[in-house]
Design a binder for this molecule. Structure first.
Ligand code: SKM
Length: 172
């Protein structure tokens, strides 16, 4: 059974694309942010505020280690999951990693009214996103088996591209 892992910045569409992909591939969909919230019984902004980012990252690394050990899942990972070297290694070794690469502009548009993104609750979210992109893009690239630009006409065509590419990789 195959696993598919989606990485990329927040607001790139990992959850939306992941749900559709899972349905098409007959796999189970899991979102690591939702899993952390379910296990903790608290929202991500709350965890950031009360415990701090470092504690959130520890919880995230535990969840990535455990979830990637499963078989037959599509996993949407939190935007910062790839910061942890162990998590990068698990993702790369235990499934096909797809980097959904979105522009800062499109992420800003998608997250404009989203209060659930603690890292963007700043005076200048564009600057923050540009910093995150500069820091993380090389890490997403490093871990990815496939890079998909999200500026396509629609979600369905993006999913189709991914499915075709998954088939190609499977035949290699
Ligand atoms: O995991 C959440 C959390 O808000 C942190 C984050 C990040 O570091 O980019 C992205 C979200 O998916």
């Amino acid at each position: 059974m195959q696993n598919v892992f989606l990485v990329g910045l927040m607001g790139a569409g990992k959850t939306t694309i992941g749900r559709i992909l899972a349905r098409k591939l007959g796999l189970k969909f899991i979102d690591s942010d939702h899993e952390i919230e379910a296990r903790t019984g608290a929202s991500i902004p709350w965890i950031f505020e009360i415990e701090g980012e470092q504690s959130f990252r520890r919880r995230e690394a535990d969840v990535i280690r455990e979830l990637t050990a499963q078989q037959g899942i599509v996993l949407a990972t939190g935007g910062g999951a790839i910061l942890n070297p162990d998590s990068r290694a698990y993702l790369k070794a235990r499934g096909t990693v797809i980097y959904l690469r979105a522009s800062v502009n499109s992420i800003l548009a998608r997250t404009a009214h989203d209060k659930n993104r603690p890292l963007l609750q700043t005076a200048d979210p564009r600057k923050k996103l540009e910093e995150l992109m500069a820091l993380r893009d090389p890490l997403y690239q490093q871990v990815a088996h496939m890079v998909i630009d999200t500026g396509r006409p629609n979600v369905q065509s993006m999913v189709q591209t991914i499915l075709t590419e998954l088939e190609r990789l499977a035949c290699q």
